[in-house]
Design a protein around this ligand. Structure first.
Ligand code: FAD
Length: 556
């Protein structure tokens, strides 16, 4: 009998789950409470209940090659960092290409999900939904994907801001921010220096009289534009990742901090945190230093009190005549339709094996997808989680015994607590490559580097030295995609394509080809000594131009 799977939420995680179900021959039914797909990325003028909300100018901070679905690269002409409207275009293309929309029931909210009386044997669930007219419907499903995101419920710790009830101006959470025009010539305090806080402070500072950016701890500020203009997140290869695993975190943090301070001295800008670079989710913002340098954003300490129109800060300073306070203080998450015996959440902490499976269920037929805060893009991670979970639902992959899962959760939690500043923000934190590899290992799709280097050196070198793009997890194993190799070898072309908008004259040639030839010779000798397939390696080296990103070919 076919396995029927309920997918709760039609955001990007939900769409991915539908696709993964279809790939594995399962029958998905997706319930989406709003009238469209896309979740957070579907811009709406008015924020909707239970749904994340963005403002019109939001541009993603993970680059297109790093956020792409592993078997559906983003079109070459799309910019590297996409506006939310383009992200929606891409999601629509994905949904249309894989014919996913027919499985979505819009304007249908999931009200409750509970184990059936014979759950221990069947693993089945009772699901109650409500449609737009308020009619309830009952369903039975063999498995459940929960894909409701974690940016829908604002976290505003009002007790930490005594006097807020006396505030004469307007205040709201960053979720409710839409546009700056209303704040022309006004004085604004933005509380919180996460990605939303930074972006909103920058946008408001273009029209406001003055923006004060209040931060408890400060933050390290990372650029979207990395060295030589490449997307920052593409500068990290598997090799870099291996080094971060071997080297102590204090050392890697120190190296990273030095680089960030080279761009602008965080201390000089009053933004330097006490903690190390890799102890907090970094803030990605290319413009903030510029706004601080031009004085339109002033960095302040934590707010200690609010009185009338005045905002007092912990260092004793007071700013008068404040018109607006924006709380960019993050989000809380919960699963209101699930019994607490299945999953309970306290201060954004919950027990999930690899952030996916409740560990104590008698049958592993419920998976939470997208409940991570990665140093990297969420989309490929949701995809990897869903690929693994569908195989667990089908019984093709088994979970370890409960005690081993609980131990794994404990170790992960301890590692996170040791590394990160204590905060509600750091409870579901994952490192992109490490976590992707960990999940990929569960069902045999982790790239085997040595094998690749020996059998297909050109590809192997791209996987080792290039960015860890999601296509790497489609090279073999379940869900193998025949386009994966080509997608990896052409990734830099897709990076360059959208910027080819003007012919640039070639400068005179340099000595670099000679240096490259010498390095090649050294590599060949090393390869012979290591017993690597020489003809194959030579063929690859003769194609050295393939490894140099196109826009930079003129330099060699
Ligand atoms: P969502 O997009 O939140 O979708 C959840 C869906 O579930 C919604 O459509 C909702 O209507 C539906 N739903 C909820 N409850 C129910 C119910 N009971 N019944 C039926 N339907 C329900 N991530 C990145 O990777 N890169 C970025 O640069 C990035 N930038 C971000 C910027 C901002 C301002 C914010 C807030 C987040 C950002 N994120 C970013 C994280 C973002 O959450 C993910 O990119 C992505 O949207 C997660 O998709 P999702 O499908 O898991 O959740």
């Amino acid at each position: 009998m076919a396995c029927r799977v309920a997918v709760i939420g039609g955001g990007i995680s939900g769409l991915i789950c539908i696709k993964c179900c279809l790939d594995e021959g399962l029958e998905p039914v997706c319930f989406e409470s709003s009238d469209d797909i896309g979740g957070l990325w579907r811009f709406k003028e008015e924020p909707e209940k239970d749904r994340a909300s963005i403002y019109p100018s939001v541009t993603i901070n993970t680059s297109k090659e790093m956020m792409s679905f592993s078997d559906f690269p983003i079109p070459a002409h799309f910019p590297n960092y996409m506006h939310n409207s383009l992200i929606m275009d891409y999601f629509q293309m994905y949904a249309e290409h894989f014919k996913l929309l027919r499985y979505v029931r819009f304007q249908t909210t999931v009200c409750s999900v509970s184990q059936r009386p014979d759950f221990a044997r069947s693993g089945q669930w009772d699901v109650v939904t409500k449609n737009r007219q308020g009619q309830e419907e009952r369903h039975i499903f063999d498995a459940i994907f929960v894909c409701i995101g974690h940016h829908a419920c604002p976290h505003i710790p009002l007790k930490d801001f005594p006097g807020i009830e006396t505030f004469k101006g307007k205040w709201f959470h960053s979720r409710d921010y839409k546009s700056p025009e209303e704040w022309l010539g006004k004085r604004v305090v933005v509380i919180g220096i996460g990605n939303s806080g930074g972006d909103i402070a920058v946008e408001l500072s273009r029209v406001a009289k003055q923006v004060f950016l209040s931060t408890r701890r400060g933050s390290w500020i990372v650029n979207r534009v990395g060295d030589k203009g490449f997307p920052m997140d593409m500068r990290f290869s598997r090799l870099t990742h291996m080094l971060t695993v071997i080297l102590p975190i204090t050392l890697t943090s120190m190296i990273g901090e030095r680089r960030l301070n080279k761009r602008f001295n965080h201390k000089l800008y009053s933004i330097k945190p006490k903690h190390r670079l890799f102890s907090q989710h970094p803030t990605v913002n290319d413009e903030l230093p510029n706004r601080i340098l031009s004085g339109t954003v002033l960095v302040k300490t934590n707010v200690s009190r609010i009185e009338g129109s005045s905002v007092m800060f912990e260092d004793g300073t007071v700013e008068e005549d404040i018109d607006l306070v924006v709380f960019a203080t993050g989000y809380t998450f919960s699963f209101p339709f699930l019994p607490s015996s299945v999953i309970s959440v306290s201060e954004n902490k919950t027990l999930l094996y690899k952030y996916v499976f409740p560990p104590t269920l008698e049958r592993p037929t419920l998976a939470i997808i997208g409940l991570v805060q990665p140093l990297g893009a969420i989309m490929p991670i949701s995809e990897m989680q869903a690929r693994w979970a569908t195989r667990v639902f089908k019984g093709l992959n088994k979970l370890p015994p409960v005690n081993r899962m609980l131990k794994d959760i404990k170790v992960t939690k301890e590692m996170m607590e040791k590394r990160y500043v204590t905060s509600q923000r750091h409870t579901i934190q994952v490192d992109y490559v490490r976590y992707m590899d960990e999940l990929a290992r569960q069902f045999g799709v982790r790239p085997k580097l040595l094998r690749l280097l020996l059998r297909d050196p050109r590809l192997g070198l791209s996987v080792l030295l290039g960015p860890c793009t999601p296509y790497q997890y489609r090279l073999y194993g379940p869900g193998q995609w025949e386009g994966a190799r080509q997608a990896i070898l052409t990734q830099w072309e897709r990076v360059a394509q959208p910027m080819k908008t003007r012919a640039v004259p070639e400068p005179p040639s340099s000595r670099l080809p000679l240096l490259l030839a010498l390095s090649g010779a050294v590599l060949v000798v090393a390869a012979v000594c290591a017993g690597i397939n020489l003809p194959d390696l030579l063929a690859s080296l003769s194609n050295w131009r393939m490894y140099v990103p196109k826009p930079f070919l003129h330099m060699v």
